[in-house]
Design a protein around this ligand. Structure first.
Ligand SMILES: [Zn+2]
Length: 779
């Protein structure tokens, strides 16, 4: 494979022929302008809000009672709706999310009775039993108390206004309602503990809320089906929550009346927590365990306020331990807090609030400084989590003996980072979740990945590393939808809406743009769209606008397409510069000729023919018996000197250095164009990594040839040495190819694992310790 080229440098550079067999190179690198919406004065071509950007606002004044006996919510609210749109609105749309659980809800009629995405069996039980879930709307009245005409369409309700609300005007109205709380279904509900007869409540999408009217959709009133989350307006909330007086209530807002609902001991601890470096228990575990056994003696009303939020959720239980800590976030004091029952300890007391504090700092650095006064993590049932402004419900529960697997610990830390992180996406950068799941889940999972690495070195992040998305990218692209798909249409939700966009952003940051350009542009997106409602084009445009990097090919490949990345090194051709030295050349020819004489006959004849005729008769020799046909003649030496004399200094240097030229043929087998990163290992054991931008594919998206000059000989070529591009087949990434490894077959059946959800060495060690104490052994 080693070829010599004669000097004439131009000849070398022109040597490889580049095939012109581009399939779709122009399509892959074409600008997105025909795909994205036309920019206007609301949303500019640079991706920022335009000079005429507007959004609606809804303020809420709510009084609600939690009935712990009947597991029921009863509420009354005044909504004040501000119409900042340029349009007159004859009617308003209200979201009635609890109607998801109604007998004839669309969510139940979709996939042949199958409940979509993440609704656990417990909720299914609630859904199928005859209980009368869903909203009972008992009154819809105007500010003067006159009834307003309203029509309920599944999870949406239209209120017809007697006179349209004018552009720049506002309207106030009241709604009274009640509903039975479902078992916790992953977003809200109660968890019942049979052992002590108490329930933990996680109350969300519990009040009739304004739908969004905006410049993109008009009214965004796509039904709530369970998977596509929420599209919401900002506004100010005042919420008075009445509950049995032995319940601890926490909410996504500032507690307005601590003196009325907290004991003097609790208030004292609250003061201590302001300067503590570890969480201070406002309600201790001993107090919570005592409360579990008690009964209420009356009612208490907890009053909260929350400004400029898009929603409001709360939690309540007599089982709650409550801990708190004030954390400095970019010069502002924020309450990091956790609510959890004893079942969550020892894990939660140690980690939850510390993780909340870390998340606020980490995300603030990458987006905007956390603007709210409080951030809460509540312990809900076993897995997963759910986010609301300032408050989230998270899983991760130890065994009854207090031990836990590594998966449970890291899963709990990961989910708290994720759900608290949702404060930024979508609670502050208020994307339309009902339509685009990736804009909150993907961006949030990306920031989660970064925060996890800052929490603990080598944290086993599930999503973010390109290698981890490979199994998903290997799926037949016909069985996938692009990231740019409506939430309800997404297949493989976790990979599509969380992992793939998070990985794509990590690749942008590490491989395509570099950390500096990416971090600036990502922060700019957050800054531009904080407390506003961005859509995908605003994100795509801002990242390009602020970084100066053309990423249209990247959005096409990763966000609009389903093709995978699969690069290969097909061939490597090796060229050296011929220095034309006749002496060296003849020596090479001589060695070659001698090698060619080593035929099987000649080898055998050496011993078989004892002597030849000429050997026996030296007088039969002549000139040619001693002639060296590989000797250099004077004429040849003269010609060489003349040749050297005709070279420029630069050419002579190149000739004497003995440079190597490699023509490497890369293939794009997967379709998705990506940068080519190749590691060269030299014969002396050193190595070097070369990076070619994705634009190497812009004229030919199938094949790319690169001429790589080196001083040292390359013995090994390896594509994507740092696992950056999510290549779905790495067998063809090395040259020469790696030798085939045998598939190992087990002779004995593997022992079945005794633990669900991973090994629990903590439990093993604890049990061993106990056994040791019994038998009296010392260790
Ligand atoms: Zn999420």
């Amino acid at each position: 494979m080693y070829k010599l080229i004669k000097v004439g440098l131009l000849l070398i550079i022109a040597w490889p022929t580049f095939a012109q067999t581009a399939f779709n190179a122009n399509g892959r690198f074409e600008q997105l302008e025909s795909t994205l919406p036309t920019p206007n004065s609301y949303r500019t071509a640079s991706g920022s809000p335009g000079k005429d950007y507007w959004q609606q606002r809804a303020d809420y004044d709510i009084k609600v009672e939690l009935d712990d006996i009947n597991r029921k919510i009863t509420g009354t609210e005044t909504i004040t709706y501000f119409n900042y749109s340029p349009d007159e609105l004859p009617y308003l749309w209200i979201q009635l999310d609890q109607n998801l659980f109604e007998k004839n809800s669309a969510s139940k009629t979709t996939a042949t009775g199958e409940i979509k995405n993440g609704i656990p069996a417990s909720a299914f039980k609630d859904l199928t039993n005859p209980k009368d879930f869903g909203y009972k709307i008992t009154a819809v009245k105007d500010a003067k108390g006159n009834p307003l005409r309203h029509t309920i369409n599944q999870t949406m309700m239209r209120i017809d206004l007697p006179t349209p609300v004018k552009s720049g005007g506002s309207v106030s109205f009241n709604i009274d309602w009640n509903y039975l709380i479902t078992e916790y279904y992953g977003r809200s509900g109660y968890e019942f503990f049979a052992k002590d007869g108490n329930a933990n409540y996680f109350i969300a999408h519990w009040f009739p809320r304004m739908a969004v009217y905006n410049d993109v959709y008009g009214w965004q009133h796509k039904q709530f089906m369970g998977q596509g989350e929420f599209t919401l307006n900002f506004g100010n909330y005042k919420v008075a929550i009445t509950a049995p007086n032995d319940l601890v209530v926490g909410a996504g807002g500032e507690l307005v009346n601590p003196n009325q609902v907290m004991t003097s001991t609790q208030l004292k601890r609250w003061e201590q927590a302001k300067t503590a470096t570890r969480p201070v228990e406002i309600v201790t575990q001993a107090e919570a365990e005592a409360a579990e056994k008690g009964k209420p003696t009356g009612k208490k009303t907890w009053v909260f306020k929350a400004d400029n939020v898009r929603d409001f959720a709360f939690t309540a239980s007599r089982k709650f331990i409550w801990d708190a800590l004030q954390v400095d976030v970019e010069g502002k004091k924020v309450w990091a807090m956790s609510y959890y029952s004893k079942e969550a300890n020892p894990l939660w007391g140690k980690y939850s609030t510390m993780v909340v504090a870390h998340t606020l700092r980490s995300y603030s650095k990458r987006t905007i400084a956390y603007p709210y006064p409080v951030a809460i993590s509540c312990h809900a049932t076993l897995g997963g989590g759910m986010e609301y402004p300032m408050i989230s419900f998270n899983g991760g529960r130890p065994e009854a003996d207090g031990t836990y697997t590594e998966n449970v610990k890291n899963g709990m830390i990961g989910v708290i980072i994720h759900e608290v992180g949702h404060n930024f996406f979508p609670m502050i950068i208020n994307s339309d979740e009902r339509q685009w799941s990736w804009m909150d889940e993907g961006l949030n999972t990306f920031c989660q990945y970064l925060a996890e690495q800052e929490w603990d070195r080598n944290f086993p992040a599930r999503r973010g590393e390109p290698q981890n998305i490979v199994p998903y990218m290997r799926l037949d692209s016909k069985n996938q939808v692009p990231i740019m798909a409506n939430s309800e249409n997404i297949m493989d939700f976790g990979n599509n809406a969380y992992a793939k966009p998070a990985t794509a952003l990590n690749i942008l940051r590490e491989t395509v743009m570099g950390r500096e350009l990416f971090d600036y542009a990502f922060k700019e997106y957050a800054r531009r769209w904080a407390f506003k409602q961005p859509y995908p084009a605003d994100f795509f445009r801002t990242l390009e606008d602020a970084s100066g990097v053309d990423l249209d090919w990247f959005w096409r490949g990763w966000f609009y397409g389903t093709e995978p990345v699969n690069q290969s090194i097909e061939t490597v051709e090796w060229f050296g510069v011929d220095n034309m030295d006749p002496v060296a050349k003849k020596a090479t020819e001589k060695a070659k000729a001698e090698a060619k004489r080593q035929t099987i006959s000649n080898i055998r004849n050496k011993t078989d023919i004892k002597s030849t005729v000429v050997e026996e008769n030296p007088d039969l020799t002549d000139f040619y018996n001693t002639y060296d046909r590989f000797a250099t003649s004077d004429a040849e030496k003269k010609k060489y000197q003349d040749y050297l004399g005709g070279l420029s200094d630069e050419e002579r240097k190149l000739v004497s250095e003995g440079k190597n030229f490699y023509v490497v043929n890369f293939k794009n087998k997967g379709g998705l164009p990506m940068p080519v990163i190749v590691k060269l290992t030299y014969e002396d054991g050193t190595d070097e990594v070369l990076r070619f931008p994705a634009e190497v594919w812009r004229l030919n998206d199938v094949e790319a040839k690169k001429i790589i000059p080196t001083s040292k000989k390359v013995v090994k070529w390896a594509l994507d040495p740092y696992f950056e591009i999510a290549d779905i087949d790495t067998d063809d990434n090395s040259y020469p190819r790696e030798p085939v490894q045998p598939t190992r077959v087990q002779l004995f059946k593997a022992q079945p694992r005794s633990y669900g959800g991973g090994q629990n060495p903590m439990q093993e060690a604890q049990n061993a310790k106990k056994a040791g104490a019994v038998t009296g052994s010392k260790n």
